[in-house]
Write a protein that binds this ligand. Sequence first.
Ligand code: FAD
Length: 318
Amino acid sequence: MAPVLVLIERVDGAVRKPSLELLTLARRIGEPAALVLGAIDDTTVATLGEHGASTVYTVDAPELADYLIVPAAEAVTHVAKMLDPAAVLVTSGPDGKEIAGRVAVALDSGIITDAVDISPGDSSPVVTQSVFSGTWLADSTITSGTPVITVRTNSVAVETAPTTPAVESVDVAFSDLARSAKVTGTTAKESSGRPDLTDAAIVVAGGRGMGSEDAFTLVEGVADALGGAVAASRAATDMGWYGHEFQVGQTGKTVSPSLYVAAGISGAIQHRAGMQGSKTIVAVNKDPKAPIFEIADFGVVGDLHTILPALTEELGKR
Ligand code: FAD
C-alpha cells in the first residue's frame, strides 16, 4: 500500500487529537506515515503507533522553532518528495492551511482544504467538503500531482490500530527563504483551565441573548460544571462580550462535540455551519420559533438568566 504522509501537530509534547483523526483517515487510503517536526520521544512514537502509523519520520532542526511557517512547509515537501505518497494530510488550522498551500505549490500539486471526509478513489482519493454553510456535501478528486488535503477537526472519530512504527530521522537543507521571518519572542496565553474549543467533547455557547459580557459567567458556570469549553456566536463576539477566538460558525471555528449547549443563540445558518455536526444539541431560547430548535435534540423555552444558573446548580448536585 502507498504511504499517506500525515503532518503531526503536538502541544506541550502531546500529539493533538486532530492529528489522530488524520491517521484514522489516512488508513482508509493507504499506509499512514507520520511526520513529526521537532524532537521526538517514546510517548509520541507509542501514541502514533497506537493509531496505526507504520513509520514515523522526524525532522529536528533549530529552524523549525526559530522561524515561522516556511521551514515546516519545506520539511513536509522534502519528505513528500522522498516518499511520493498517495496523499499529504494536514489539519485545517491557520498554520496547517498555510503549510499545505506552500507544499502544494512546491510539489506542483492540487490542494483541497477543509475536507470533512476522505475515501478511496480510482486514481486519487475522493475528498468530501461541507459547503454552503453545511447544507451540501461536495465530493472532489485532485487531478494533478500528489493530493494535498487539509481536514477539519472533529470530522471523524479517532480509531486505534496498534502497530510498532519504524522511526526514521530525516535531514532537510532549508532555503534562505525559510530563515526570512524569525520568531523573536513567545508569550504563553493565560490558560482558562478549560479544554481547547476545537477538541472539546462538551461546548457551552452563548449568543446575543446573553445580553451582556457579565452574563457570560452563566455560560462559564455550566461549562465548568460539565468540564466543557466556552463558545460564542458572532453577534456576541462582535459585541466584545467574549473573545473572537471562541466564535463558532462559518467565519469562526468548527466544532462537533458530543454535547453542544446553545444559550441565547437564534441558530442562523452561519452559526449552524460551525456546530451542526455536534452529536447532541441542547438549545435554551425564550423564543419557541427560534431556528436553533429545528436542529436541537433537546430544547428549553425560557429565560436563560433563570435556566443556566438552575442547570449549573442541578449539575453540581449530581
Ligand atoms: P441573534 O440572532 O440576535 O439571536 C439571539 C437569540 O437569543 C434570539 O433567538 C432570542 O430569542 C434569544 N434570546 C434573547 N434574550 C434571551 C433570553 N433572555 N433568554 C433566552 N433566549 C434569549 N454568526 C456566527 O455565530 N458565527 C459565524 O461564524 C458567523 N459568520 C457569518 C458570516 C457571514 C458572511 C455573515 C453574513 C454572518 C455571519 N454570522 C455568523 C452572523 C449570523 O448571521 C447571525 O447574525 C449570528 O449568528 C446571530 O447571533 P445570535 O444567534 O447570538 O444572535
